[in-house]
Write a protein that binds this ligand. Structure first.
Ligand SMILES: Nc1ncnc2c1ncn2[C@@H]1O[C@H](COP(=O)(O)OP(=O)(O)O)[C@@H](O)[C@H]1O
Ligand SMILES: [Mg+2]
Length: 153
């Protein structure tokens, strides 16, 4: 199965879906999170981080200005937010390829900035349906991502 659809009606439900996914992750993994501002990408990313085992006392904030945050959990977790990426050369300075295609788990908000929508990994799109209503579409674009999807309830 290479596609899955969910609907959530609260931030807590989106967080919980992220936790479920985070618990199932094995390294290496690349997760690409699409959606407009406020769709819930960072909420979902926080869920994944908690599910991977980032301790509850460690705040998980959006790396909007730093472009990347690194956490230690069951695996190394690299959380990118490429919204403010203005020049692809910045990706090189960040060492993006080493983190995204190395060991550990990489989460990427605004993967559109990479300019390649066939990047192998688990693509997740969050869409704003209403006030607190979100549609969440998972698309597996790698064998590992397909395996992950079939393990997810
Ligand atoms: N079902 C939902 N799932 C996720 N966030 C929701 C939901 N309903 C309301 N929200 C709110 O939407 C906002 C999502 O913010 P955030 O995750 O930072 O978005 P993004 O990273 O996509 O820009 C938060 O203020 C959150 O409380
Ligand atoms: Mg965000």
């Amino acid at each position: 199965m290479s596609e899955r659809f969910y609907e959530t009606s609260s931030e807590a439900q989106t967080l919980e879906l992220g936790v479920q996914l985070g618990r199932l992750l094995e390294q290496p993994a690349l997760i690409l999170l699409q959606g407009d501002l406020g769709a819930g990408k960072s909420v979902f990313a926080r869920g994944i981080a908690r599910g991977l085992g980032v301790a509850p006392e460690i705040p998980i904030t959006s790396p909007t200005f730093t472009l990347m945050n690194h956490y230690r959990a069951r695996f190394d977790l690299y959380h990118f937010d490429l919204y403010r990426l203005s020049d692809p050369d910045e990706l090189i300075e960040l060492g993006f390829d080493d983190f995204a295609h190395g060991n550990g788990v990489a989460l990427v908000e605004w993967p559109e900035r990479l300019g390649d929508d066939s990047t192998p990994g688990l693509w997740i799109e969050l869409q704003h349906l209403g006030n607190e209503q979100r549609r969440i579409t998972f698309t597996a674009k790698s064998a590992a991502a397909k395996k992950l999807l079939s393990a997810l309830k």
